[in-house]
Design a protein around this ligand. Structure first.
Ligand code: ZN
Length: 338
């Protein structure tokens, strides 16, 4: 390796936070303490869910993450890794980390499958090094197809994870044919993850089949995307004009229902009631009313809501639980509270 490359790596190590290079650090490297959300709370949400820093933020070859973007709340998911010494070096944002723990636990509980976390957060700097290395190896054109150019990887968001299983220790397409890979594809959405890249979506996602790569977008959206079976790009397009309280408080049924008609090319304006709801009570009621047409016969709205948001957070400020309606607004309060 030439001196220039070594110098570049040293420079990037100085510029970027050390944990961005977690996967590539030498054994004795001192890592900063992983950050925990305050009191285990969910990710701090400044802007909208679809914006940078939001759980729904879209990143692909056209829609790049800023070089300077790094989540402030990276943490170590308590999951198995293939190599023991990787355990403290794989990072995700807190909400995704907890969901990954649940996903892996369910695989073990339901099927006795042992899943491994392989690669989580990856900084812009490390993406640059990986990409440049690949270009040297196979040329730019082939590198573009297999390695994400800097800024185009979801791993920079701290919301993507590559997984393996104890029975299949490679990151390749064949993972999708293993029992564990199939289980991940059929169950990841229950925990808020989607399979981001499928062969039939290559033209839209810009990436080949990657059955090992899962992206966290939260339970409601992941269940909607799974039900629709569409590339995330298409889903984001279909929901991009939904009010923030809908994005954060709707059931999967409502999200999938709205997206489905739009994906089918139908002119599908948002119901008036969703646009005109201002207070929490109005929003809770609007969400309920808009969801009713999509409810299967054997399901109540409350059950559908609680399947997605089982533990409402306390809402800010004093609140009186008086009747059914107030109760409902508390449930949706979870959704509209940052
Ligand atoms: Zn990946």
């Amino acid at each position: 390796m030439c001196k220039k490359v070594l110098l570049l790596i040293m420079l990037l190590c100085l510029l970027a936070p050390a944990r961005g290079f977690a996967e590539f650090l030498p054994e004795d490297a001192v890592l900063p303490e992983p950050t925990e959300g305050p009191g285990g709370e969910s990710d701090a949400q400044q802007g909208g869910l679809l914006e940078e820093g939001g759980l729904l933020y879209l990143v692909n070859r056209e829609h790049k993450a800023r070089a300077a973007y790094q989540p402030a709340d990276l943490t170590v998911p308590k999951v198995a890794t293939r190599k023991k010494d990787m355990e403290q070096r794989i990072l995700l944002r807190p909400e995704a980390a907890r969901a990954l723990e649940e996903l892996f636990a369910a695989a073990k509980r339901e099927k006795k499958y042992v899943l491994y976390a392989v690669s989580g957060y990856r900084s812009y700097g490390i993406q640059q090094i990986l990409f440049n290395g690949k270009v040297k190896e196979v040329g730019k054109e082939r590198a573009m197809r297999t390695v994400a150019p800097p800024g185009t990887s979801e791993h920079q968001l701290g919301l993507a994870m590559d997984v393996q299983s104890s029975n299949f220790l490679n990151l390749d397409q064949n993972f999708g044919e293993t029992p564990e890979g199939k289980w991940v594809a059929e169950n990841a959405h229950r925990f808020g993850f989607i399979i981001r890249y499928k062969e039939e979506w290559r033209e839209i996602t810009g990436y080949a089949d990657e059955p090992w790569h899962i992206r966290y977008i939260g339970k409601a959206h992941a269940m909607a995307v799974h039900a629709l079976n569409v590339p995330y790009e298409k889903y984001v397009e279909a929901i991009s004009d939904l009010p923030e309280y809908v994005l954060s408080g709707a059931t999967d049924l409502l999200l999938a229902g709205i997206a489905r008609s739009r994906l089918a090319g139908e002119a599908s304006p948002l119901p008036e009631q969703l646009l005109n709801a201002n207070t929490r009570e109005e929003q809770a009621e609007a969400l309920r009313a808009a969801t009713l047409p999509y409810l299967p016969e054997d399901l109540t709205y409350e059950k559908a809501l609680w399947a997605i948001y089982p533990t409402p957070k306390p809402t800010a400020g004093p609140r009186v639980d008086e009747d059914e309606e107030t109760h409902l607004s508390v449930v949706s309060g979870h959704a509209v509270t940052p």
